[in-house]
Design a protein around this ligand. Structure first.
Ligand SMILES: [Zn+2]
Ligand SMILES: [Zn+2]
Length: 123
């Protein structure tokens, strides 16, 4: 089995890998990137995002209080400045989708690492 890089650490691992595709939409400015995670660090991402999952059982309701928490600093976001969208494929799992609000001055949370090794994707 191939040795794969995990963005956390960074380190290498064998076994099932996951892929995470975050995007920060700041009005017209889009920043998208992606990174690979091992099983253990996929759980770190999943834990950080758990209140922001969008699914049939948990549709986007802008009124829901958890939707007003900034995932980067965990303070309430009063106005919608920036949105964080994440599509994640954790090791061995189906696709998951997330949406959260960010403060104007907040970037991606530490558990969604943006590195030189994960260059922005076009679009
Ligand atoms: Zn890892
Ligand atoms: Zn914030």
């Amino acid at each position: 089995m191939a040795l794969l890089p995990c963005v956390f650490g960074p380190h290498h691992f064998r076994g099932k890998s996951g892929s995470v595709y975050p995007a920060i939409i700041d009005r017209s400015e889009n920043t998208r990137w992606k990174f690979r995670v091992c099983d253990k660090h996929g759980q770190v991402v999943q834990e950080g995002l758990k209140d922001f999952e969008v699914s049939d059982e948990n549709p986007v309701t802008i009124e829901a209080e958890s939707r007003w928490v900034c995932p980067s600093c965990l303070n309430i976001v009063q106005d919608l400045y920036k949105s964080l969208y994440v599509t994640a494929y954790y090791p061995g799992q189906e696709r998951r989708d997330y949406w959260a609000k960010l403060h104007q001055n907040c970037g991606a949370p530490a558990w969604l690492p943006y590195t030189e090794a994960s260059p922005p994707l076009p679009g």
